[in-house]
Design a protein around this ligand. Sequence first.
Ligand SMILES: CC(C)(COP(=O)(O)OP(=O)(O)OC[C@H]1O[C@@H](n2cnc3c(N)ncnc32)[C@H](O)[C@@H]1OP(=O)(O)O)[C@@H](O)C(=O)NCCC(=O)NCCS
Ligand SMILES: [Zn+2]
Length: 237
Amino acid sequence: MILFISEAKNGFYVRDYEEKDFAGIYNVYKPAFSEEPWNEYKKCSSCKVNYGIKESNNSAENCKKCGKPLRLEDYWTEKDVNEDINYAKSKEWNSILVADSGGEILGFTWAYNISIEKDMNFLKGAQNIDSSKKIIYVDEVATAANSRGKGVATELEKKLFSKAENAGFGYVILRTDEKNTAAINLYKKLGFERLLYGVSENNGSKYAYDPEFNSRVYLVKKLLPNENIGGNSEGKL
Ligand SMILES: CC(C)(COP(=O)(O)OP(=O)(O)OC[C@H]1O[C@@H](n2cnc3c(N)ncnc32)[C@H](O)[C@@H]1OP(=O)(O)O)[C@@H](O)C(=O)NCCC(=O)NCCS
Ligand SMILES: [Zn+2]
């Protein structure tokens, strides 16, 4: 099998994930999602609700959600991250990419094919997506804190989208958090807009939100060159 490799730029290049990269990915993954707005640093060992860094250090005696005596464990263990990667790999189409700088993993992303109907039924009826087209979902993207702002995430996503385009996908969707300025700016620059609902589903909002966390927003980007999403500009980021 020929692995995908991009040209080096800014001291790194983007390539397909290999098993040996796991430790490198985990080292970026764990701290990146411990930060705001994810706060996936620790979790209650009973109900698994997340605790951020500050919250873990000043936590109460009982869990904020289940009320049981609080016992915290790591939110993302190696096993969990490995399961996430294996989930992506189990999908019919998937791509896991890393940004490599002399063997050091600076960032990663992964995505796979989804069916709104089967995998994300609550997004049924979203307006600015033609669900007869093939769709990929970007599950993860992160850059190591000391390598941010150098275009690592931009390069990872561009490579990912061009692979998806070549495989005939029409849209990319992803979920992020409105409070995550870096991510919102990154996606805006990459040409994403908000996924619009045809009808108001959440507190009268016309945008697609995660039913569980209402600052988590769904974004969409049309693949295939020279085609705009069309319609009005309501979804602009
Ligand atoms: C979001 C994240 C992946 C961006 O990675 P990055 O490699 O630094 O991104 P890039 O260097 O490619 O930057 C792309 C654009 O994002 C925006 N951006 C990046 N960091 C930013 C910041 N700290 N503040 C505001 N905008 C920022 C800018 O618009 C930037 O474009 P510019 O450099 O032309 O101005 C990174 O901050 C991260 O890993 N965060 C934690 C994990 C996470 O939240 N992932 C997203 C999950 S949805
Ligand atoms: Zn709990």
